[in-house]
Design a protein around this ligand. Sequence first.
Ligand code: 5GP
Length: 121
Amino acid sequence: MSYDPQNIFAKILRQEIPCKKILENQWALAFHDINPRAPIHALVIPKGAYVSSADFYARARDEEIAGFYRFVGEVVAHLELEAPGYRLLSNCGVNGGQEVPHFHVHIFGGRALGPMLANAG
Ligand code: 5GP
């Protein structure tokens, strides 16, 4: 799947549409999800054009991957989620339920998050 530069997160990166920014560095941007599924629901996106996690791991430079995941840790700390705990999630492809074709990591927190998946089996 090729990268669609018109996807909503690409537009947020280009500041064509607004977001509620949490943190930003040279590698990534973190902002609040527009439709939060938990009291804290943040999205972290790399600044590079990657469709999915597999695309990111395959094409991003090592320093970009390290920079991205260190940034995820900084966002978790900034949101004060380390002590109470939190969940990271990345939906990939059709079965993963990915809606926006720009790689992203969800950070959920602010309450006990329950089972890992809604439905077993
Ligand atoms: P996915 O299903 O692709 O993992 O998740 C995409 C997420 O992006 C969803 O949780 C959705 O609520 C969020 N989202 C979609 N459009 C926008 C938007 O314009 N702004 C923000 N902040 N979040 C969005």
